[in-house]
Design a protein around this ligand. Sequence first.
Ligand SMILES: NC(=O)c1ccc[n+]([C@@H]2O[C@H](COP(=O)([O-])OP(=O)(O)OC[C@H]3O[C@@H](n4cnc5c(N)ncnc54)[C@H](O)[C@@H]3O)[C@@H](O)[C@H]2O)c1
Length: 287
Amino acid sequence: MNITLTGAAGNLGSVVCRKLVESGYTVHATDISYRSDLPVKIDVADLLDISSCYRVLESAEAVVHLANHPSFQGREAQRIHNENVSMNFNIFEAARQMGIKNIIFSSSVQVFVGDRHWDEKKETESSLPYLPVDGNVPPLPGNPYAISKNAAEITLRYLSRHWGMNCTALRFPFLIDPEWLEHIREHRKRHGRSGPWPGQNIDEVFTYLLMTDAASLIDAILRAKLTGFRTYFPVALDHSVETPVSEMIAKYFPKVPLRIPAGEIKHLVDISAITNDTGWTPVRVLG
Ligand SMILES: NC(=O)c1ccc[n+]([C@@H]2O[C@H](COP(=O)([O-])OP(=O)(O)OC[C@H]3O[C@@H](n4cnc5c(N)ncnc54)[C@H](O)[C@@H]3O)[C@@H](O)[C@H]2O)c1
């Protein structure tokens, strides 16, 4: 299968590129930045340029679209929002016109976590509609980056509904590699910290995902030949903190409706739909 992979020079894109090549796909890797350590050559292209989008999609049967500004961090709101929205629509619309039926897109957990940052002293309330959460939580974007991801999800739903395309939006949590994860955990243990990681929101429900697991999920989705539109929230099987789940619910989510009795909740996220649809489960469980 011929796949165009955008954002291939990025942190996630490089891991996905290696995984897809290893799995036997013919990968057309593209990015605005160049790097020379991947198994295929990067085709340098700016996805803000519409004509480049048609060129990088030639012969593709599926698009794995990971290129975007990957966060907001309070800077350059217009540029981050506008460029993400433009590059996403440019590539999606070119794919539609060229008859490419399959799109996998890197959305973000930020699509549904609102605009609060956890502050122990203020005891901010969760705005999650239910626990355990899953990929179907309604959007509640709280910054310009999250709005751009929400816009992409709306576009993919439209392409699926009106043009019969098969589109999956992956609402990734914090993506990390194993060494970094162990380092963060060690550091926090030493300093007696147990709340959300810096920059994370309580409604991210103490999640993370290893980059290698994100790559194997993309591989699994391509194999599963999913139809229609779906949003997934794929996470590691453990949490980013070691606090028991019942304590986390009591402390951070006392008013959130529970879909099963608290004592039966093993994880704050239900990934069973992803596993049922694709056969994927995260392989690394640490801590
Ligand atoms: N890293 C995380 O924790 C995380 C979490 C949730 C979602 N995501 C999403 O996953 C994707 C990959 O994230 P990442 O961490 O690898 O980020 P990254 O910045 O390492 O990779 C993004 C790539 O997109 C490329 N790019 C940006 N503008 C471009 C343009 N105009 N034309 C072509 N390429 C362009 C960049 O050069 C970069 O290589 C992003 O869409 C990000 O929003 C990441």
